[in-house]
Design a binder for this molecule. Structure first.
Ligand code: UDP
Length: 245
């Protein structure tokens, strides 16, 4: 059985933050007060002496699927979505730097005057030197999501753990916001997530983590201190991993 303590041994962690996490109470864009809150959460996490990288989404600004629903070609719409993640990454980097935490943005779509190009070796080197690395522009390819980008980057930087920040404190058998009787899972296998069609991350992301043995922790970013609690091994997340005998 997977234990939260296994998670506590993680030294290099990839945190997936959706764009929505930056909106706070707003319906769109970036809420400055929520950005400050995120900075505090990230700073508490790195104080635990872990190497931290982030993949940030763009759903608070633009999603390719909605652009293509309005008649735009999907590839162009997804490029706009990827650019939205760049905006979020730059906002988070600035907020971290202003608070005294070194942070670097690496992008999958090259824009040399704005951010470093993605490179797994230099990302690891930044992390070893205590910098937070923010990966933006997803995978650089249309038809993918930032969840898949998070799984891919986690594999590339050889992360011990992928943390998926959500609105609730783990994975439930139905939407806990709509169903007060929804049951929360302490642990799940990748297989269970796929076969029960649980809405955690897309199938590509789950499969990548499964094939590369990267456990996934699903936790609430809206609960202050939950990120560090998960990293300390407290049962504040649903852990997805292959079940050990
Ligand atoms: N996107 C893409 N390729 C990727 C990652 C993202 O084309 O590898 C685009 C896609 O249009 C997506 C948008 O970027 O809708 C924003 O990413 P996502 O929806 O995953 O953001 P989140 O829901 O995490 O805020």
């Amino acid at each position: 059985m997977v234990s939260a303590m296994d998670v506590a041994r993680a030294k290099r962690v990839l945190l997936k933050l959706s764009g929505e996490a930056l909106m706070g109470e707003q319906a769109y864009g970036i809420a400055p007060e929520f950005l400050s809150y995120l900075v505090e959460e990230v700073q508490s996490a790195i104080a635990l002496d872990i190497e931290l990288a982030l993949v940030i989404g763009g759903g608070n600004i633009f999603r390719g699927i909605s652009g293509s629903a309005n008649g735009m070609g999907r590839t162009r719409a997804d490029q706009m979505g990827m650019l939205a993640t760049v905006i979020n990454g730059l906002a988070l980097q600035s907020a971290l730097m202003l608070s005294g935490t070194e942070a670097v943005v690496q992008t999958a779509l090259e824009m040399p005057r704005v951010a470093e190009p993605f490179d797994h070796d230099s990302a690891k080197s930044h992390m070893k030197q205590g910098r937070v690395v923010i990966f933006v522009a997803g995978t650089g390819n249309p038809f993918f999501t930032t969840d898949t980008a998070a799984a891919l980057r986690a594999c590339e930087i050889e992360a011990d753990l992928l943390l998926k920040a959500t609105k609730v404190d783990g994975v439930y058998d139905s939407d806990p916001v709509k169903n007060p009787k929804a049951k929360r899972f302490e642990t799940l296998t990748y297989h269970e997530v796929l076969t029960k069609n649980l809405k955690v991350m897309d199938m590509t992301a789950i499969t990548l983590c499964r094939e590369n043995h990267i456990p996934i922790g699903v936790f609430s970013i809206f609960e202050r201190g939950a990120l560090t609690a998960v990293l300390r091994g407290e049962p504040k997340a649903t852990i997805i991993e292959e079940r050990k005998e």
